[in-house]
Ligand binder design. Sequence first.
Ligand code: TYM
Length: 334
Amino acid sequence: PPRIFSGIQPSGGLTLGNYLGALKRFVQAQDDGTETIYCMVDLHAITVWQDPAKLRHATRELAAGFIAAGIDPARSILFNQSQVPAHAELAWIFNCVARMGWLKRMTQFKDKAGKNAENASVGLFAYPALMAADILAYHATHVPVGEDQKQHLELTRDIAAKFNHDFGVEFFPIVEPVIEGAATRVMSLRDGTKKMSKSDPSDMSRINLTDDADAIAQKLRKARTDPEPLPDTLDALAERPEARNLVNIYAALADITPEDVIAQYAGQGFGTFKPALADLAVDKLAPINAEMSRLMQDVAEIDRILGDGAARANAIAQPILEQCYDIVGLIRAA
Ligand code: TYM
């Protein structure tokens, strides 16, 4: 049977990109009845320095975001990565399987390390091996993510295949990336050619799940667009990335297709479309925002949920890790 695993970094807050590209789809997978395991990847977050107090806060707020968006900790396993030692342990094995050349090609490393790659942490370089460990420690089969994680999932497949080949086993599954829906790549509200990101210096470039109704409406009203009205075919948006982005966001929020949005708004200008989008966004996001704040009043309860999730995650991952050690030839006391 399929088993879904995915993760989000607790580095800064959740953006609309995280929500539409990942979190909302995590909830759908859970509600479809698939086995779902979701992780706050705190060990990934520290590949760049994090203020410890802010990291703790961001991890709890991310957990609150998962629950507020509809993740039920009774039906899904919800936990933070560092509480389950199998992630870091399996990552070491994968560090010995992955090749330098594979990791050097990762565009996320190149982007994050910037010009001075010599000064990047070793952890940032090895990041994708830890990500492969996250997934494969559960023998997960499907991984819902946004478009930007596609290359990392290809690497996960390469690592699993090389491990299986090197040891002559069929132990790790070759995972399927699940990159679906209208919002697999939500773009910046200021520049339709750049991904919406929590690290963009301009807060106007993104919608945060912690933004209130006024901020959401203002950011969408000020979103960069061109002066043309919406066309009557989707193809006509190919050269209009900002307009296309807003249509995609509308579709994903409303659970309809971009074609449906075009059918509804063809010929209308942004003076009409933007306020409609703002109303829709506030309608969908305000309840999540309110529930997140409510949950954050009881941090002890969040920590309890994460601890419970970690225990259940560990029960799956630890036996898989033990088998992996055995395959590699590492002695374990009986
Ligand atoms: P992270 O924390 O950057 O993002 C979490 C999820 O949100 C998606 N996403 C977007 N989707 C659409 N439009 C955007 N603008 C946008 N920005 C982010 C990401 O694709 C991702 O699905 N390496 C991962 C975390 C990770 C992970 C894993 C994921 C660690 N281990 C195992 C899956 C499986 C990351 O940095 O995601």
